[in-house]
Write a protein that binds this ligand. Structure first.
Ligand code: PBG
Length: 332
């Protein structure tokens, strides 16, 4: 035999030499669910280990993450029902706790990268990412609301706006709105290929943001989120977002969509982000709880695979644990 690939696997030192993919805390983003009550710490039953936190707890959590090299955070608000309405007015309200929290975080930790979520669903009594008018998601009316929401988020201190709504034209619309307000330094991480996935369940539990079962309100998000059967359509969405001024292109979910991550990575020069979503993490945690999988090994392999497929940035509920394991294994 002339070729024996096993020679390059013969020891840890050799395996280190030939390793093709590296993953470290610098590539990871930790999602954070924010509650209005400053001292809140509420578990999410369908996502063990992740909590809905008040700002006091969030500041403590961020401090903790920074000690293990994790410095990017994506924030989602758990908005009380009494603040919700059809058009998500609370998104830009003066008293909005999400905007206040961003200010508090950036005041205390100016070095962190804070990423927002721009979509109507946390604020909407209909539970949709866009505004529902006559039983339909109205694209262009939603754009106006997203523009205002994004400007408010950028003014509050978010470094990156994350439109997760899948409306047509929103990246360009948000970019123009930000620039008009002199917010040229605020970036846009576009959820370019966001699929109508069954894996968002625990997230919707956390925010109580599932589409409502009401008459005259569509019961799913299939008229705006993408069909899991489609790959070329993701290239089309990504090309539009790139042309409209996106700074990052995101694929979501991640593990069932590694082919999409790879294709976008090959087709574009913009950084590719992948969102390892709540349901993907919950599945693994559930198996680990039963002793069917080893949490650390399985989670590390999942994150590494997403990176190998071509993700520059990975948003995952495992980010903090992974960063901690790395610090421990490096003996620092
Ligand atoms: C909604 C939004 C969702 C997620 C991020 N932003 C859910 C949805 O589209 O219904 C899901 C993230 C996760 O499951 O971890 N704007």
């Amino acid at each position: 035999m002339l070729s024996r690939p096993r020679r390059n696997r013969s020891s840890a030192a050799v395996r280190n030499l030939v390793r093709e993919t590296e993953l470290n805390a610098g590539h990871l983003v930790q999602p954070i669910f924010l509650m209005p009550d400053a001292r809140a710490r509420l578990p999410i039953p369908s996502l063990p280990g992740t909590f809905r936190l008040g700002i006091d707890e969030v500041l403590r959590e961020i401090e903790d993450c920074l000690t293990v090299g994790l410095q990017s955070f994506m924030m989602f608000p758990a908005v009380p029902e009494e603040h919700k309405d059809k058009t998500g007015t609370y998104a830009t309200a003066e008293q909005n706790f999400y905007l206040h929290a961003a200010r508090a975080i950036k005041d205390r930790f100016p070095e962190v990268c804070l990423i927002s979520d721009a979509a109507l669903d946390p604020y909407s009594t209909d539970g949709h990412d866009g505004v529902v008018i006559n039983g339909k998601i109205d694209n262009d009316e939603t754009l106006k609301l997203l523009d205002a929401m994004s400007v408010a988020q950028a003014c509050a201190g978010f470094d990156v706006i994350g439109p997760s709504d899948m409306m047509d034209g929103r990246v360009g619309s948000i970019r123009r709105a930000l620039d008009k307000e002199g917010l040229m330094d605020t970036a846009i991480m576009s959820y370019s290929a966001k699929y109508a996935s069954a894996f968002y369940g625990p997230f919707r539990d956390a925010l109580d943001s599932a589409p409502r079962q009401l008459q005259d309100v569509p019961s799913d998000k299939k008229t705006y989120q993408m069909d899991p059967a489609n790959a070329r359509e993701a290239l089309r969405e990504a090309a539009l977002d790139a042309a409209e001024g996106a700074d990052y292109l995101m694929v979501k979910p991640a593990l069932n969509y590694l082919d999409i991550i790879y294709r976008l990575h090959e087709a574009h020069t913009l950084p590719i982000a992948a969102y390892h979503v709540s349901g993907e993490c919950a599945m693994l945690l559930a198996a680990a709880e039963r002793g069917w999988l080893d949490y650390q090994q399985a989670a590390s392999e999942a994150l590494l695979s997403i990176r190998r497929a071509g993700a520059d940035v990975i948003i995952s509920y495992f980010a903090k644990d992974f960063a901690r394991w790395q610090v421990r294994s490096s003996g620092l």
